[in-house]
Design a protein around this ligand. Structure first.
Ligand SMILES: C[S@@+](CC[C@H](N)C(=O)[O-])C[C@H]1O[C@@H](n2cnc3c(N)ncnc32)[C@H](O)[C@@H]1O
Length: 258
């Protein structure tokens, strides 16, 4: 279960998105990468679960097929509000609803595509959310999910483990590139995975520490994370002094299911 502090507003999420934006090297826009693989055509009816601050649609505003019907939902009212503002500014038209993925609204028309981007690991009752999603799809509709590898950012995991801070994998490990397919097969017959390997090359210790702080409320003991930050900053600075940058590996991917 995630603490309310993490997603009440979009500030923590925005810090992490900016970190990836600034330091992914070579640069790949993950939102564009996902869009390139989404089975999305003009006129499609689309539901997003856990839309966060709407970053995905705002970044793809100029690349969207025509006449989409977008329904953006999130269990956090603060996120839905942030998404609405962001998409209005980006000129993307959508409707919005505060909604938990486990208990979606009734819908008679059906969706051509349901997107769950980096959010299924937060969902406590995933079997209910997956079966509800399947029921909301039109025949031939797509359920698309992005998530991370279990070894995502292993260099940060190692730093925190050295400081005896329990990593927040207790929930992110619930739905990863490695164990996702097994969970999806109970609901979808056709599952395909595409993956993206990348790295962050960070020349500023403070930037890494700000990233870690933005995740603190996800950890079992947030105060332990904050207390460890000074030691972690020194260790990262030592690496930067020696090699010019602190490198963090990351692997993410997209499941496309029918
Ligand atoms: C890591 S953020 C990802 C946001 C966005 N999809 C993105 O990729 O930028 C996870 C989002 O899932 C939402 N969330 C968590 N549990 C949820 C649930 N059970 N139903 C719907 N949304 C949920 C959170 O409020 C948060 O906005």
């Amino acid at each position: 279960m995630i603490s309310d502090a993490q997603y009440q507003r979009d500030n923590n999420l925005a810090t992490r998105i900016a970190f990836h934006e600034d330091y992914t090297s070579p640069y790949v826009d993950f939102s564009h990468w996902v869009m390139d693989y989404l089975p999305l055509s003009a006129g499609a009816r689309v539901l997003e679960l856990g839309c966060g601050n709407g970053e995905f649609w705002a970044r793809n505003a100029a690349r969207l097929p025509k006449n989409l019907t977008l329904v953006l939902t999130d269990s956090s009212a603060g996120m839905v509000e942030a998404a609405e503002k962001r998409l209005a500014a980006a000129g993307v038209s959508a409707t919005y609803q505060v909604m938990s993925a486990e208990r979606p609204f009734a819908d008679n028309e059906g969706f051509d595509l349901i997107l769950a981007k980096h959010m299924l690991y937060h969902v406590a009752d995933r079997p209910s959310a997956l079966s509800a999603s399947k029921n909301l799809l039109r025949p031939g509709g797509w359920f698309c999910v992005t998530t991370n590898s279990g070894s995502y950012m292993k260099q940060l995991q190692a730093l925190l483990t050295e400081e005896r801070v329990e990593w927040y994998s207790s929930f992110t490990d619930e739905f990863t590139l490695e164990n996702g397919a097994e969970q999806l097969t109970n609901h979808f017959s056709d599952i395909e995975l595409v993956t993206l390997d990348g790295q962050l090359v960070v020349p500023r210790a403070d930037a890494v520490v700000e990233y870690i702080k933005s995740t603190a409320s996800l950890f079992p003991e947030p105060h332990a994370v904050l207390e460890a930050c000074d030691d972690i900053r020194s260790k990262i600075q030592a690496v930067i002094d020696h090699t010019g940058a602190f490198t963090i590996s990351k692997q993410a991917g997209l499941f496309r299911c029918q």
